[in-house]
Structure formats: structure tokens, C-alpha cells
Write a protein that binds this ligand. Structure first.
Ligand SMILES: Cc1cc2nc3c(=O)[nH]c(=O)nc-3n(C[C@H](O)[C@H](O)[C@H](O)COP(=O)(O)O)c2cc1C
Length: 163
């Protein structure tokens, strides 16, 4: 466990602000980096085979389940193998780019990456970029679903309070 896992998700290539800020962060990082560019190489959306593979004895996997499970294993091992994280995640339509959500859906597996959460406590940097303001007083305040504050989470009549 010795590397920084750097995830990019902006579709804008070199023009991307979040990518540029991530690069400037990396200039100060002295250590191994594993880079996954989800825009250049998107991971597939979680599928029926991928979900059912999680609750099926591997010896009983269909070819489709085995293939889906192998991808999850690769992504999870890469995630858990890191000692620190750098996520560059712009705001797209108030939330994260779908390529980043697809990656999250692949790696968030009960009993492997959460409950228990082996990565809990590891340092993580989240770099986000957006066109508008979501600060207190702005018309869109409370609608930031990329970097929600406690106030945002609790601001929707408690609907998200259990997150
Ligand atoms: C598909 C798309 C959706 C966007 N949605 C929002 C949005 O909901 N709110 C916002 O403030 N900016 C939005 N923006 C603006 C981007 O967040 C902004 O351009 C940001 O710099 C993108 O990050 P990047 O430069 O790293 O690609 C959107 C941009 C794109 C391309």
C-alpha cells in the first residue's frame, strides 16, 4: 500500500479546471501515483450480472457474472491498495459526472469497501469545479450534490439526514 490513487472524471481534457488543479496538487506529491482517467476509459455501469455476482457463490457464476466480478475485483483492489486519494470531480448538473458515479457503483460493495470501510481514515483530496455559486445566499445554495455541507445534507427536511 504505497501509492496515491488519482481519479480524473472531467470530459474536457487539458481544458479542464479540475484536471489542472489536480496536476498542481501532484507537483507537490512525492511518491508513486496510480492514475485512472474515467473520461478516457470509462468503466461500465453496474449491471444485473455485477450485482447478482456479489451474492452468488463464485463457483456458480455465469460467464457474465464472472466477467463483471473480475472488473469489480480489479477496481476494488486498486482502490483499497492506495494509501491516499486524489479525486478530480467537476459538477455536472448539480452532481458528479456519470463516469465517476459508474466507478463508485462498481467499487461500493457491502462488506468489502464499506461496513467495514478499510479505507476509512486515509487522506483524501476532492477537487471540484463548477460554473455557478452554491454559497449561502446564492439562489442555488443547498443544491450542491458534489460537495454537500452538513447544512446541505440536513437542509432538505431531513430526507438525506441519514447519509
Ligand atoms: C455537462 C455539464 C453540466 C454542468 N452542470 C453544471 C451545474 O449543474 N452547475 C454548475 O455550477 N456548473 C455546471 N457545469 C459547469 C462545470 O461545472 C464547469 O465548467 C467546471 O469547470 C467543469 O469542470 P472541468 O473544468 O474540470 O471540466 C456543467 C458543465 C457541463 C459540461
Amino acid at each position: 500500500m504505497s501509492y496515491l490513487l488519482h481519479i480524473d472524471s472531467s470530459a474536457l481534457g487539458e481544458a479542464s479546471v479540475s484536471r489542472q488543479v489536480a496536476q498542481s496538487f501532484l507537483e507537490g506529491w512525492d511518491g508513486e501515483v496510480v492514475h485512472r482517467d474515467l473520461a478516457a476509459a470509462p468503466v461500465p455501469h453496474i449491471s444485473e450480472a455485477g450485482i447478482t455476482a456479489r451474492v452468488t457463490d463464485p463457483a456458480q457464476h455465469t460467464d457474465e457474472q464472472a466477467s463483471a466480478a473480475a472488473l469489480q475485483d480489479e477496481l476494488i483492489e486498486e482502490f483499497l491498495g492506495a494509501r491516499a486519494y486524489l479525486f478530480a470531480v467537476p459538477m455536472y448538473n448539480l452532481s458528479m459526472p456519470s463516469v465517476f458515479k459508474a466507478w463508485l457503483d462498481q467499487i461500493m460493495v457491502f462488506g468489502r469497501t464499506f461496513r467495514p470501510s478499510p479505507a476509512a481514515g486515509r487522506p483524501a483530496v476532492l477537487i471540484s469545479a463548477r460554473g455557478g455559486s452554491y454559497a449561502p445566499g446564492a439562489p442555488n445554495h443547498g443544491l450542491d450534490y458534489v460537495v454537500p455541507t452538513t447544512e446541505t445534507v440536513l437542509g432538505h427536511e431531513g430526507q438525506l439526514a441519514s447519509m
